[in-house]
Design a protein around this ligand. Structure first.
Ligand code: ADP
Length: 463
């Protein structure tokens, strides 16, 4: 080890929490080598043996939830209640995939002639390299590691430099749970591109899984081309949330607030564009403005705080830029609209009305507590506007009309559609995007397929 370290800071007050190892290419290669050595023995364990260790990890995370939540809030900023919610959600992937490990079925396929049998086996793909973001410091990690290790793969993972402590805590508990050395390897680093290069170019790595920005995802996908790695990408979103005239207003307000303001607006499935139909506009907006204005802002460790700080200065700058662009082009701030007095990384929960497609807020992820509101007249118009983006991760709409529910659900070009619901993520359901939002699905019965190869056995000479 080089002995180099980098500091981790608390976004609520800028204080340094601690320093962690600043790994470089050499340490990454060592971790890949360790994962490669551990692969065969891990793959040879029965699914039940792998599942037993995973269950122990799941229990240990739940037993230590208070400490893990405090750690997460300290390095990431989200309110403690949300941190606990994320840990429950994150741990649920370990439990789910421990169960799925025992259901990795192959097929026996009717052959075209009687002298042969066609059989498929599903086998772990090999060493997996993964890179995760800071907005969900636990669940983005477990969502990738759990299906991989359940399938029999081993993993090298680089967490975001802003939130390495949650990752290290998870790894500590994994060791307690009894994972053999080399099965789960965490590489903390401030030099993301150097680590990414080693991971994507290594011939020992068979699969690369990334959650982060579309820009970086595209680059890493390109880097994976040279060794033809299987890739999973969870990239940016630009989620529309449509409130139709026939929506149930309270439900729509509650769903929109939950979708937009979770994690201070810093998720790739946060509503990014709120489309409100003419007939319900005044009634919905009156309640929505009140609900946004009532959100409490402050240090996430303080009880009843709903909106914590943004992750860093870049995030604040981005919001200031988007707000400036929108108001310059005619949008009106009706709630909030400026940095919050709680500290330099806090921003007021904001409602921005009168937005249109010319504004940058309609094209870029806000990633902050700002609701850009767009008014529309017809269903056709709403669908056209909602789909007018290169992204296709999450979308939401609110209506009480059954025929409209099916029409709109089928017409939206998104991997995830929340209908009368603002929070849709769960281990049982497939999470993932269409278009430039990504490749592959995480969670659900489909999630484990990303870490498996199908092998076809042709048994001949049986005639
Ligand atoms: P975000 O806006 O969420 O920070 P990024 O794509 O920049 O999105 O970061 C997501 C993850 O990708 C983080 O772990 C970050 O360190 C990593 N990352 C950023 N740039 C690169 C790169 N050039 N190569 C590999 N990983 C990168």
């Amino acid at each position: 080890m080089s002995g180099n370290t980098f500091e981790v800071t608390n976004p609520a007050n800028g204080e340094v929490i601690t320093a962690v190892a600043d790994c470089g290419p050499k340490e990454t290669e060592q971790a890949i080598e360790a994962a490669s050595q551990a692969f065969l023995p891990w793959r040879k364990k029965t699914a039940k043996e792998r599942a037993a260790i995973m269950h122990r990890w799941f229990y240990l995370i739940n037993e230590n939830i208070d400490d893990l939540a405090l750690l997460m809030t300290t390095e990431q900023g989200k309110p403690l209640k949300e941190a606990k919610g994320e840990i429950v959600y994150g741990a649920s992937f370990i439990e789910w995939f421990a169960e799925e490990a025992r259901r990795i079925y192959g097929d026996v396929i009717p052959a075209p002639t009687n002298d042969r049998k066609i059989i498929t086996l599903k086998q772990p793909i090999g060493v997996v390299a993964a890179i995760t973001p800071w907005n969900f410091p636990v669940s983005m990690i477990t969502r990738k590691i759990s299906p991989a290790i359940a399938a029999g793969c081993t993993v090298v993972l680089k967490p975001a430099a802003q939130t390495p402590l949650s990752a290290l805590a998870l790894a500590y508990l994994a060791k307690e749970a009894g994972f053999p050395d080399g099965v789960i390897n965490i590489v903390t680093s401030s030099k993301a591109s150097e680590i990414g290069k080693v991971m994507t170019e290594s011939a020992l790595v068979q699969k690369f899984s990334f959650t982060g920005s579309t820009k970086v995802g595209k680059m890493l996908m390109q880097q994976c081309a040279a060794t033809v790695k299987k890739v999973s990408l969870e990239l940016g979103g630009n989620a529309p949330l449509i409130v139709f005239d026939d929506a149930e207003i309270e439900q729509a307000v509650k769903g929109a607030i939950a979708s937009k303001y979770r994690n201070a607006g810093q998720t790739c499935v946060c509503a990014n564009r709120l489309y409100v139909q003419d007939g319900i506009y005044d009634a919905f907006m009156e309640k929505y403005r009140k609900a946004v204005a009532a959100l409490t802002v402050g240090d996430g460790t303080v009880a009843d705080i709903e909106i914590g700080p943004l992750i860093d200065e870049e995030a604040v700058k981005k919001i200031n830029r988007l707000m400036g662009d929108a108001t310059h082009k005619g949008a009106t701030v009706t709630v909030g609209g400026k940095p919050h007095a709680a500290g330099s990384l806090f921003y007021e929960p904001t409602v921005l009305e009168g937005c249109n497609s010319e504004m940058a807020v309609s094209k870029e992820e806000v990633f902050g507590p700002v609701s850009p509101i767009f008014r529309f007249s017809t269903e056709t118009e709403a669908i056209q506007l909602a789909n007018d983006t290169e992204y296709g991760l999450a979308s939401y709409f609110f209506t009480q009309n059954l025929a409209r529910t099916w029409r709109v659900a089928e017409a939206l070009d998104y991997g995830i559609v929340g209908i009368n619901e603002g929070i849709v993520s769960t281990a049982e359901a497939p999470f993932g995007g269409m278009k430039e939002s990504g490749i592959g699905r995480e969670g659900s019965k489909y999630g484990i397929e990303e870490y498996l190869e199908i092998k076809y056995l042709c048994v001949g000479g049986l005639g």
